[in-house]
Write a protein that binds this ligand. Structure first.
Ligand code: PMP
Length: 343
């Protein structure tokens, strides 16, 4: 099912020729954190010929220290994709419902179907927040929230998140792939609500998308269930070394580029407004900007060597382009190209 339904959601086309400037996937456009890069290049052959740690204990410890939690509250995976897929499999039986915001991360309905569950898309409110009453009415076995939300960019309000968490009786997964760019997060909810799981990734702020390292945080019993459904050896040996380096030695580098991303995101929104566009507010490292014809604009940008992520007919929003934030010289070229195209 995946290819056609995925394309219809976002015109996602991962096999297209790479563009000179790729602002399409919200990864870290400042590069790889330096200690992580050294860990990759210094990897001894012994690291490669042997199996890695089964459940990446050192990575768990580094994540636990980063999040201020016990390592028993951490499970890792091959990207947060893997962690989300494993969590849906762990907490849902075939036929159970997964409620999720619409629009949001496009893989959630796919993971639901892959595991035999039924997706229940819940439209966003007019202010692109979570529609609390609809989640409570649906009372799904698994409620997925994404904050900051992809592709809209802004966080859900703290009040809406708390009311959903208190109002439903099932497991709530809060996807915080972009939390580093928001300046706040929901970690404190883990203590008050042992039914909450937070997923995160090293693919965005930490610059390691190609190594595929994600994690979930939550009550040790829930985390153990995710780990069982995930299985052993999901984070490879080189990724484990690089992840530990990024989470420890590289923290100042990561923080600096998170600050750069936030500054450039706000500057990008202002520049888009200056050329007559109306970008949505963002707490992430990307900006969603409604346009008249996303497919055509995407094609025109591509001919100018620029890749963004086009979306067609998003509920309440219509066509839109999602533009990742990176060094200003890249964004400048994107803005200039948009100006040339008839936006
Ligand atoms: N959640 C959200 C909201 C995302 O946007 C993404 C990737 N674009 C992911 C999860 C998955 O990221 P990864 O598998 O690289 O950790």
């Amino acid at each position: 099912m995946t290819r056609d339904s995925y394309r219809s959601i976002s015109l996602y086309a991962p096999n297209r020729a790479p563009a000179a400037i790729d602002l399409s996937d919200n990864t870290n456009l400042w590069g790889v954190p330096p200690a992580a890069l050294r860990a990759i290049t210094d990897a001894a052959s012994g690291t490669i010929t042997r199996y890695p740690a089964l459940y990446a204990a050192d990575v768990k410890q580094a994540i636990a220290d980063y999040a201020g939690l016990a390592p028993e509250m951490v499970v890792t995976g091959c990207g947060s994709d893997d962690v989300l897929d494993s969590a849906i499999r762990a907490f849902g039986e075939p036929g159970d419902v997964v409620a999720y915001p619409d629009p949001s991360f496009a893989m959630i309905p796919i993971f639901a179907r892959m595991n035999g569950l039924v997706g229940a898309p819940i439209p966003l409110t007019a202010r692109n927040d979570a529609d609390v009453e609809r989640y409570i009415e649906t009372n799904a076995t698994i409620t997925y929230l994404c904050s900051p939300n992809n592709p809209t960019g802004a966080s859900f309000s703290r009040d809406a998140i708390e009311r959903v968490v208190s109002g439903v009786t099932g497991i709530v997964i809060i996807d915080e792939a972009y939390a580093e760019f928001a300046g706040w997060n929901c970690l404190d909810l883990l203590v008050r609500f042992p039914r909450v799981v937070i997923t995160r990734t090293l693919s965005k702020a930490f610059g390691l998308a190609g190594l595929r390292v994600g994690y979930a945080l939550g009550d040790p019993e829930l985390v153990a269930e995710i780990e069982k459904s995930r299985g052993p050896y999901k984070v490879n040996a080189i990724a484990q070394h690089a992840a530990v380096a990024a989470l420890t030695t590289d923290r100042a580098w990561v923080d600096r580029h998170v600050r750069d991303a936030i500054a450039n995101r706000d500057r990008l929104r202002e520049s888009l407004m200056a050329i007559g566009l109306e970008p949505l507010p963002s707490d992430s490292n990307f900006v969603l900007v409604p346009v008249r014809n996303a497919a055509e604009l995407d094609r025109q940008l591509r001919t100018r060597g620029i890749a963004v992520r086009p979306f067609v007919a998003l509920p309440n929003i219509g066509d839109a382009l999602r533009i990742s934030v990176g060094p200003w010289q890249l964004l400048e070229q994107c803005i200039a190209a948009l100006q040339e195209c008839a936006v």
